[in-house]
Design a protein around this ligand. Structure first.
Ligand SMILES: Cc1cc2nc3c(=O)[nH]c(=O)nc-3n(C[C@H](O)[C@H](O)[C@H](O)COP(=O)(O)O)c2cc1C
Length: 212
């Protein structure tokens, strides 16, 4: 349930229709996720990823890079030196939260970190120079610095460095694949919210409606 007035503002006064079957909800959730991978402007393009580490829980925004409904997997890219990777190696359980257009999707799953295989090479090959810059800081993300800094060497601080200068970033580039174990779907509407849940049961998915 939400009684947050800020959230109420997001509710379409026309009370958008919700799918009325669990198959329809499943399709709605994965259609949004798949569209976000293709469309930069999609509200699900970024999500919050929650992890837990030695010192407690943590969460941050990432870009959704892959969604595969048949396999039930989601993917994002990150720096292998980052705190989130250390947390995922400590505890592979992860949650991803998406919100937009009146629908929240929460996906919980088990993360695998891919750093060295051919799939990562092809993801890196498809990463433009601007995005590659994130992986080219000399020190690991989160390293304290005495002055404000991008962490980039001067030859890479330009907006769009030549692609050949970015090759070294591959070393720090990792793909995180999440095998989704459960999905929680919440549809906001003034006339009554709807909530449904899906959980893996071997190769099948169990589905149920829930009280929002
Ligand atoms: C809009 C947005 C998109 C981001 N996308 C990514 C991403 O795809 N991968 C990533 O590792 N960090 C991304 N970040 C940065 C993370 O939120 C975070 O600051 C950084 O990865 C360090 O997190 P950590 O210390 O928990 O590892 C993004 C931040 C914002 C604001």
């Amino acid at each position: 349930m939400t009684d947050d007035p800020a959230t109420d503002r997001d509710v379409d006064p026309a009370d958008r229709a919700a799918p009325d079957t669990l198959d329809g909800v499943w399709d709605d959730a994965w259609t949004r996720l798949e569209a976000a991978v293709r469309r930069r402007q999609h509200p699900y393009r970024t999500c919050v990823v929650a992890t837990s580490g030695d010192d407690g829980v943590d969460a941050r925004t990432v870009v959704l890079r892959g969604a595969d409904r048949a396999a039930g997997t989601l993917r994002f890219h990150t720096d292998r030196r980052s705190a989130k990777l250390a947390q995922l190696l400590h505890d592979r359980r992860v949650a991803l939260v998406f919100y937009g257009d009146g629908v929240q999707v929460r996906a919980r799953g088990i993360a695998s970190v891919q750093a060295d295989d051919a799939r990562v090479d092809s993801a890196w090959a498809a990463t433009p120079a601007m995005s590659r810059r994130c992986y080219l800081t000399a020190a690991a993300p989160g390293t304290p610095n005495i002055t404000p800094t991008s962490g980039l060497p001067p030859e890479l601080a330009m907006l769009r460095p030549p692609l050949e200068l970015t090759a070294r970033g591959r070393e720090a580039f990792a793909v995180v694949a999440v095998r989704v174990q459960s999905i929680d779907w919440l549809h906001l509407a003034a006339r009554g919210q709807r909530r449904a849940g899906f959980s893996r049961d071997g190769e099948r998915w169990m589905a149920t409606w829930m009280v929002p």
